[in-house]
Design a binder for this molecule. Structure first.
Ligand SMILES: *Cc1c(COP(=O)(O)O)cnc(C)c1O
Length: 368
């Protein structure tokens, strides 16, 4: 084991080859549509500086970040031919920053359109952008009245050539949800008014709603990182992350002894308890207290007691002593503990578990 890994309370392994494999599968699933990558929130916590180049090597040319600063940080790690789209658009007054860093905004409001238009006037050249229309999520994108105002002004069309007409699905992981068809219908209505403009609707789950939802560009994030795209169905994607926590110490406790803050666990018989150096400060959610299972050599070790800031306690009764001594590692996420199962037990979703992954973990990257 390398020295940095030996220092750390846990080791996070990110398999870049698996991300590339998932990209290939999604691109194939997306048929004739081009396949972008959502790498916002530091590529869902996995490191945009590593994930971006790996996807670029796989042929990805469209990248989505949420914030301007994420785009600025990502730019040097991607080929100049790759587009970086900023989902939130430019915060008022920062429009020139996008140009300076080779970033393209997603325009979500009439105010953003007007500011981008003004910059195009000043620079005396067209400034292409993506236009997002709201089709029912009421979160981002032009409300109907603002979209009408955009279409009613030919000057906007001239100064801001639309690269894509875009919207975002609210319920795509539930394939039978009526919201999917409703949003598709609203999107198609806007698209009919702009038939010459390329279109993009699907996130990871949207790709699996079929060809009607794929249009010209799909925008997966979660599925690239191994999160299951279809609720209640087998996951066709490869797992990308593994998390191994390190045991700090082990002890024997007797019937009636307690464990952890608030003594939320008490032993009903003699048990062997190991303390592992991962806690809620590392994104191991406190809702995992007395829930979940670690694995040691294929044997389950249930979480007992409350999750602390820097540690958790697990029941290792019956597991060979040399496997639970100080320095040994336990699987918290991996082949025996799929990410989505961990998320479910935490009352959360894989997205949140990934984006919360601790900055104290030693990170190892496979492939790329
Ligand atoms: C995050 C995001 C995506 C990617 O969504 P996943 O569910 O992770 O595939 C695509 N489009 C927009 C607008 C997003 O905000």
């Amino acid at each position: 084991m390398n020295p940095q890994a030996a220092h750390a309370g846990a080791i996070l392994t990110v398999n870049l080859d698996a991300i590339r494999g998932n990209y290939r599968l999604l691109r194939q699933q997306a048929g004739k549509a081009a396949c972008a990558a959502a790498v916002k929130a530091n590529a869902y916590g996995l490191g945009a500086d590593k994930v971006g180049p790996a996807l670029a090597a796989e042929g990805c040319r469209h990248f989505f970040v949420a914030h301007l600063d994420e785009g600025i940080a990502l730019r040097p790690h991607l080929p100049a031919t790759a587009d970086i789209f900023v989902l939130h658009g430019a915060p008022p007054g920062t429009e020139r920053e996008l140009i300076a860093h080779g970033l393209t905004p997603v325009l979500n409001s009439l105010q953003q359109i007007a500011a981008w238009h003004a910059l195009a006037q000043t620079l005396q050249r067209p400034l292409p952008a993506i236009f997002q229309v709201d089709t029912g999520m009421s979160r981002m994108g032009l409300p109907a009245a603002e979209a009408e105002a955009w279409l009613a002004n030919p000057a906007f069309m001239e100064s801001i050539p639309p690269l894509f007409l875009m919207s975002h699905l609210a319920c795509a992981e539930h394939q039978g949800h009526p919201m999917n068809a409703s949003q598709l219908a609203r999107f198609l209505a806007w698209r009919q008014r702009l038939p010459q403009i390329a279109a993009s609707l699907a996130n990871s789950s949207g790709i699996f709603l079929g060809p009607d939802y794929q249009f010209d560009l799909v925008r997966p994030g979660a599925a690239l990182y191994g999160i299951a795209p279809v609720a209640g169905a087998a996951n066709p994607l490869q797992p990308v992350v593994a998390l191994h926590g390190r045991i700090i110490q082990s002890r024997t406790i007797q019937r009636g002894d307690h464990v952890g803050y608030g003594i939320s666990y008490s032993a009903s018989e003699e048990r062997q308890i190991a303390t592992v150096g991962v806690g809620y400060a590392d994104g191991w959610l406190r809702s995992m207290s007395n829930r979940g299972i670690a694995f040691i050599d294929g044997q389950p070790a249930p979480m007992v007691g409350t999750v602390s800031m820097d540690s958790i306690t697990i029941d290792v009764t019956g597991i060979a002593a040399e496997r639970v001594q100080a320095g040994a590692t336990v699987e918290l996420i991996g082949p025996q503990r799929p990410l989505d199962d961990v998320a479910r037990l935490a009352g959360s979703i894989g997205y949140e578990i990934l984006t919360d992954l601790g900055r104290r973990y030693h990170r190892e990257y496979i492939g790329g």
